[in-house]
Design a binder for this molecule. Sequence first.
Ligand SMILES: NC(=O)C1=CN([C@@H]2O[C@H](COP(=O)(O)OP(=O)(O)OC[C@H]3O[C@@H](n4cnc5c(N)ncnc54)[C@H](OP(=O)(O)O)[C@@H]3O)[C@@H](O)[C@H]2O)C=CC1
Ligand SMILES: O=C(O)C1=N[C@H](C(=O)O)C[C@H](O)C1
Length: 268
Amino acid sequence: MTFTNIAVAGSTGRMGRAIMETIAEALDMHLSAALEQPDSPFLAQDAGSLIGSPCGVTVRSDYAEALRGSDVLIDFTRPAGTLAHLEACRTLGIKMVIGTTGFTAAEKALIRTAANDIAIVLAPNMSVGVNVLFKLLEVAATVLQQDYDIEVIEAHHRHKVDAPSGTALRMGEVIADTLNRDLSKVAIYGREGNTGERAADTIGFSTIRGGDIVGDHTALFAGIGERLEITHKASSRKTFATGAVRAARFLASKQSGLFDMQDVLGLR
Ligand SMILES: NC(=O)C1=CN([C@@H]2O[C@H](COP(=O)(O)OP(=O)(O)OC[C@H]3O[C@@H](n4cnc5c(N)ncnc54)[C@H](OP(=O)(O)O)[C@@H]3O)[C@@H](O)[C@H]2O)C=CC1
Ligand SMILES: O=C(O)C1=N[C@H](C(=O)O)C[C@H](O)C1
């Protein structure tokens, strides 16, 4: 059997640990590098010891050097970190699975450009359930059209730093695209004070942060006399980590191009 050498960025973070656990369970994957920031207290420690199975791969911050010999980098960090790793991967010809959220439009354009040279999967949510939810939103928006007011509600743990979540924003994009609306013009990010009546065609976003909520997302279609709610609740980060490793496998046959989980799961 041939192994795919996987490097993990943000390796000591919540997702980094879940991804290293999933790699450790996979028969066709090998952890080749574990990356962290230069001030990380985990530098030089065995990355496997963080998940209870030492593996001889130490946590390193010299990413341009540490990445040599890897086939794919799985990156769940922050936009600044991902963009630094992107340049190194482009130089070294290493493919990327990017789960980081919170990119600006300009930052997403940088990722799109890099995908001319390397194959990249970029997705704000790697769970199968959320990617099915995106398809359900297309059906709901197509049938319900402008007679229903649309709101996206998301809830996450107290440590999350970006809002609305990348998944909520993608839900808004899917709905807006289906209805031929421009999300940048119709999105309402929270309401306060004397807001006036709800404007038709807007898509509202509400954010909840608290405790250890892994990730809940609801699309609400509120009409007259009824409302439809489509909800996904993640109860473990394992679902995202499994999706990320599946995305790394998908990239084996790709040399360049930008893909998302709809491509990986055959939902396009
Ligand atoms: N696509 C998906 O399915 C999912 C996406 N996410 C996204 O993944 C990202 C990470 O989430 P989570 O694991 O919970 O976050 P954590 O804060 O637990 O982990 C982030 C890790 O990245 C490191 N990091 C932060 N900034 C940089 C940088 N500039 N360069 C290199 N490394 C950096 C952190 O190091 P340090 O601790 O030293 O700051 C930490 O180890 C978020 O954007 C989140 O929204 C999360 C879950 C699922
Ligand atoms: O930060 C998180 O935790 C998550 N972030 C992703 C997002 O912003 O959509 C996906 C998931 O809901 C967990």
